[in-house]
Design a protein around this ligand. Sequence first.
Ligand SMILES: CC(=O)N[C@H]1[C@@H](OP(=O)(O)OP(=O)(O)OC[C@H]2O[C@@H](n3ccc(=O)[nH]c3=O)[C@H](O)[C@@H]2O)O[C@H](CO)[C@@H](O)[C@@H]1O
Ligand SMILES: C=C(OP(=O)(O)O)C(=O)O
Length: 417
Amino acid sequence: MEKIIVYGGRKLSGEVNISSAKNAILPIIAGSILCSEKCIIKNAPMLEDVFVICEVLKSLNSSIEVDELENTINIDNCNLKLSQPSSELVRKMRASFLVMGPMVARFGEFKIALPGGCNIGTRPIDLHLKGLSALGAQVSVGHGYVEAKANKLKGSNIYLDFPSVGATENLIMAATLAEGETIIENAAEEPEIVDLANFLNSMGANIIGAGTDKLRIIGVKELKSTEYKPIYDRIEAGTFMVAAAITRSKLKINNVNEEHVKPIIAKLTEMNVEIDLLGDSIVVDGNKILNPVDIKTMPYPGFPTDMQAQMMALLSTVKGTSIITETIFENRFMHASELKRMGANIKLDGRSAVIDGVEKLTGAEVKATDLRAGASLILAGLAAEGCTLIGDIYHIDRGYMNIENKFKKIGGNIIRI
Ligand SMILES: CC(=O)N[C@H]1[C@@H](OP(=O)(O)OP(=O)(O)OC[C@H]2O[C@@H](n3ccc(=O)[nH]c3=O)[C@H](O)[C@@H]2O)O[C@H](CO)[C@@H](O)[C@@H]1O
Ligand SMILES: C=C(OP(=O)(O)O)C(=O)O
């Protein structure tokens, strides 16, 4: 089993380039199912999750070539077949379930293993299923599988009880080839939803309103081939912004869309981190006396839950008391006990974490309990005195491309063993 070792206590400096977004490319690859022609995805991040979704499509007879040197994925779904991806593969990643909407839209039926929960929460799929039923599918769940059948999906009005990112994506894709018009209200507004809509529209879909809470999708008969470059990863950008702050260093972070990281900029600025915007780059200077802050995670444009763990690591190093409230996932504080091994002073009370900043963190042997928890431990390790040994780093590889090399280039003493 690979591990990451971080020797902490060094300042970082220089520039880092952000990759394309995991959470954008996964639904985009699933969305390619709607098209029987070729799709080329440029600047694709080479991540474990990307390889898994490609395997899911291959198991449906998609012809996919991943060019790791050129960061390009060539997808040809002209011979796609109605088949069932192995449950082992599907369970590896929540986002596998995103193939459900496009498969039903294209083949009129599909059966797939339940994606299962994961350690940040139970993560049900009821909103995806209610939406598919509203589009005319007969949905049944049993013995660990979900099956949806519809001769032809029909446009409908859908109101989501919660602006779920995945449900919004699945339903956009299902509605794209449905007959007539679909309205999705209380839709998720995340930048990755806009990117999926732009990708599908580039193939001839008719999706209006992405990025707002009301989407209008006018079904089309078929989609044409496209070449597409997904948006940059706002969570990877946020992680490096926090890296500058936690090591009290100055970093230039390239490939950042300011609009997408506004809630992170707002919180770091409130903490007294200095942030300068330079077009597609952002300069973050954390070499200041930082203030504690309170954070509440919310759907976009609120503060992203995917940045909560990294902020907890940072706040652990800031004198005073900060409170983090996690409103999206009911079990997303597992990094707290790992950070505590490094000397952090964190008390959990239901959905809130009270963090009292300590003078210094110290290196320890810890485990990545999920993807962003793993990132928070690398950040804490960079700031800590001594050596931090991080296990279960496969979680980190799901969503960060070349993480140790990116940190090495900016002066981080971090190795993979
Ligand atoms: C691949 C991807 O893009 N993952 C992101 C996506 O996950 P994902 O799409 O799974 O997140 P959702 O927005 O769907 O989930 C948010 C909340 O809604 C609940 N829920 C969701 C669907 C449903 O049918 N029923 C239900 O109750 C979930 O349990 C959770 O408590 O958005 C999350 C919230 O921004 C991010 O943390 C994930 O990084
Ligand atoms: C929770 C995350 O991803 P996923 O939804 O794929 O588990 C994440 O990217 O932080």
